[in-house]
Design a protein around this ligand. Structure first.
Ligand code: PEP
Ligand code: MG
Length: 552
C-alpha cells in the first residue's frame, strides 16, 4: 500500500480506481510564415479567440447550475480577459511583426501577460496568472483542434492531475468523478473553490503522485489529508464504513436543507456555525447554517509567522462577510493566550495561563495591535452583515474600553474616506464575573454569546486542558446551567439577544433545556447544524418537558 499526503480542501472519503488526467502535449512550431500568410493567421487567431469566448460563456452557464453564481464568475472574468484588446494587439503584433504562426503568437503573448501577473505583489493579481494560462490553453486547443472532453475515461474514478484549471474542473463530467488529487494548486485557487462547491473530496499539493497509479484502487481520505493506493482490506473496511456514515449525514442534510429551525409549537431559533477561518466557509454553506456565530479570529494569527497586517486580516474577514451576505457573521476579536500562543507575540510564560494575559487583556494593553484588527473588521463591515464580539470579558470597564477604541477606529477610517458598515456588537459571556454583571453588560451591547467551554472551566475551577480532571468534570453541572439561565434572563431584560457558542450548544440532550430558557441562537460546528435542526423540529415547548429534560 502506498500512502501519499497532501492538503485536503474538503473533508470526505472517495473510494475507486485512479485515472491519470493528462493534457495532450502541444508542440508549437517556431517556423516563420510568409508575409502573405499573416492576415490569414490573424483571422485564425480571431476566430479561435471568439470561439473561446463563447466556450467560457457556456462554461459560466454550466457552472452557475453546478456550483452557483459566485463560483461561476471566474468564467465571465475569463471571457473578459479574452476580449482584452491589448492582449489581442500583442498577439497580432507577433504574427504581423515577427512573422509567427497564430499558435506561437498566442503562447508568447499570453505567457508574457501571465508573467506580468505572477510578478505582482497583490495576491489577487498574482492568482490571475493561472487564469491567463488557462485561457491560453483554451485558445491553443481550439487552434490545434484538440478535444479535451474525452480524457476522463468511461468509469467513475478518482482523477489525478498535475494541476487542474477552473475551465477543466467545471468541464469534468461529475458522474465520472469520485474525487480529485493534484500535485499543484492552492486552497484558495478557483479550482479548489469549485471543488468545494461541487462537494468533492479533493487533495492538492500531493507531491508524490505518479503515473504508475493509473488504474489502481485507491482511497482518498480527506479527513487525514492523504491517499492510500492499493489499500489493505482492513483499511478498506474502516473507510468504507466512514464513507457510509458520511452518506447517512448527507441524506439527513438533503432532507433538512432549506427547512426552518422551528419547534413544533412555532418557536424559531437561529442555528449558526462556528468557524476558524475562510477555509471553513464551504462547510457553513454545505450544512445550511443561518450564519456564523463564532469566527475564532485567532486562527488568522496562529496561521501566520508574523503579525498579520491590517490588509491581510481585512481580506480574510471580507471574504467571510461577503461570501455569506446577507447572513450575519460574528467575528470574535483575537483570543490569543492561555493554550493559544504564537512566538512572534513574545508572551511571557505564566504560572496560571488560563487566568493570565489573554484575549482582551492583551488587546487593551497592546492598542496598536488591537486597532489593526478593529480597522480590518470595520472595513469588512462594508461588505455584508458583521457582528464583532469581545472574548474573556469580566467588567463593564473592559467593554467600555473596547467600544471606545472601536469608535476611534471608525472615526479614523471615516477621516481617511474609507467606507464602513453597521456592526452589531457583543461579548462572550465566559467568566463568572460576566454572568454576575450580565445586567450592566447587556445595556452596552446588542448580543451575548455564551462560551460554555471557558464558563465551565472557570465556574467549576476545572482546567479544560487537564485530562486528569475529566472524572471531576460534569458538562451538565447545575451551576453552569444556572449561569446560562441567568445570562439569558439578564440579556432579555435589556433587549439583548443571547446565543451559545461553546461546545454545549451542540449537545442534543440539552437542546430542549436551552430552548425552554429562551436561548435565541445556538452556534455549533458546521457538521452539527443539521442534526441540531432535526432535534429542534421535534421539540414542543407548549407541552410538559419531555422525559429526561433538565429544566432550570
Ligand atoms: C468557549 O470558551 O466556550 C468558546 C466558545 O471559546 P473557545 O473555546 O475558543 O475558548
Ligand atoms: Mg473561550
Amino acid at each position: 500500500m502506498i500512502v501519499a499526503t497532501g492538503k485536503s480542501i474538503l473533508n470526505g472519503i472517495a473510494i475507486g480506481k485512479i485515472k491519470i488526467y493528462k493534457e495532450p502535449k502541444v508542440e508549437i512550431s517556431e517556423a516563420l510564415i510568409g508575409e502573405e500568410e499573416a492576415e490569414a493567421e490573424i483571422a485564425r487567431y480571431e476566430a479561435a479567440r471568439d470561439k473561446a469566448i463563447d466556450q467560457q460563456n457556456a462554461l459560466y452557464e454550466k457552472a452557475v447550475e453546478s456550483a452557483g453564481e459566485d463560483s461561476a464568475e471566474i468564467f465571465s472574468v475569463h471571457a473578459m480577459m479574452l476580449e482584452d484588446e491589448d492582449l489581442s494587439d500583442a498577439v497580432c503584433e507577433i504574427i504581423r511583426g515577427q512573422k509567427h504562426t497564430a499558435e506561437y503568437a498566442v503562447k508568447r503573448a499570453f505567457d508574457n501577460q501571465a508573467q506580468v501577473f505572477a510578478e505582482m505583489d497583490d495576491p489577487y493579481f498574482k492568482a490571475r496568472s493561472a487564469d491567463i494560462y488557462d485561457i491560453e490553453q483554451n485558445v491553443l486547443n481550439i487552434l490545434m483542434g484538440i478535444d479535451t472532453d474525452s480524457m476522463q475515461g468511461t468509469e467513475p474514478s478518482i482523477l489525478v492531475a498535475e494541476d487542474l484549471a477552473p475551465s477543466q474542473t467545471v468541464r469534468l463530467d461529475k458522474s465520472l468523478l469520485l474525487g480529485m488529487i493534484t500535485r499543484e494548486g492552492s486552497s484558495n485557487s478557483h479550482t479548489a473553490i469549485l471543488a468545494r462547491s461541487m462537494n468533492l473530496p479533493a487533495l492538492i499539493q500531493c507531491k508524490e503522485i505518479d503515473d504508475s497509479w493509473d488504474g489502481r484502487m485507491a482511497i482518498l481520505d480527506g479527513y487525514n489529508h492523504c491517499v492510500y493506493v492499493d489499500p489493505t482490506p482492513d483499511l478498506m473496511e474502516t473507510l468504507s464504513a466512514r464513507q457510509k456514515e458520511d452518506e447517512r449525514q448527507r441524506a439527513l442534510l438533503e432532507e433538512l436543507r432549506g427547512e426552518e429551525n422551528v419547534t413544533l409549537d412555532g418557536t424559531k431559533v437561529r442555528v449558526y456555525a462556528n468557524i476558524g477561518g475562510p477555509s471553513d466557509l464551504g462547510a457553513v454553506q454545505q450544512n445550511d447554517a443561518g450564519g456564523v456565530g463564532l469566527f475564532r479570529s485567532e486562527f488568522v494569527y496562529l496561521n501566520s509567522k508574523d503579525y498579520p497586517t491590517e490588509d491581510e486580516q481585512f481580506e480574510a474577514y471580507r471574504l467571510a462577510v461577503e461570501t455569506l451576505a446577507p447572513k450575519l457573521v460574528i467575528i470574535r476579536t483575537c483570543d490569543i493566550g492561555a493554550d493559544k500562543k504564537v512566538d512572534y507575540m513574545e508572551l511571557d510564560p505564566e504560572e496560571n495561563p488560563a487566568l493570565g494575559f489573554r484575549a482582551v487583556r492583551i488587546c487593551l494593553t497592546r492598542r496598536d495591535f488591537f486597532k489593526a484588527q478593529l480597522r480590518a473588521l470595520l472595513r469588512a463591515s462594508a461588505y455584508g452583515n458583521l457582528g464583532v464580539m469581545f472574548p474573556m470579558i469580566t467588567s463593564v470597564r473592559e467593554v467600555k474600553d473596547c467600544l471606545e477604541i472601536m469608535d476611534e477606529c471608525r472615526r479614523e477610517l471615516e477621516a481617511e474616506g474609507i467606507e464602513t458598515g453597521h456592526v452589531e456588537t457583543g461579548i462572550m459571556v465566559e467568566t463568572p464575573a460576566a454572568v454576575l454583571c450580565a445586567d450592566e453588560l447587556a445595556e452596552m451591547v446588542d448580543f451575548f454569546s455564551i462560551g460554555t467551554n471557558d464558563l465551565t472551566q472557570y465556574i467549576c475551577a476545572i482546567d479544560r486542558q487537564n485530562a486528569k480532571l475529566e472524572p471531576f468534570s460534569d458538562t451538565h453541572h447545575p451551576a453552569v446551567l444556572r449561569a446560562i439561565r441567568m445570562t439569558v434572563e439578564a440579556g432579555h431584560r435589556h433587549n439583548t439577544w443571547v446565543g451559545i457558542c461553546g461546545e454545549l450548544g451542540a449537545d442534543l440532550s440539552l437542546t430542549e433545556t436551552f430552548l425552554r430558557m429562551g436561548v435565541d441562537e445556538l452556534s455549533v460546528n458546521p457538521k452539527s447544524v443539521l442534526p441540531l435542526r432535526k432535534e429542534i423540529r421535534g421539540i414542543d415547548l407548549s407541552k410538559e418537558p419531555s422525559e429526561g429534560t433538565i429544566v432550570y
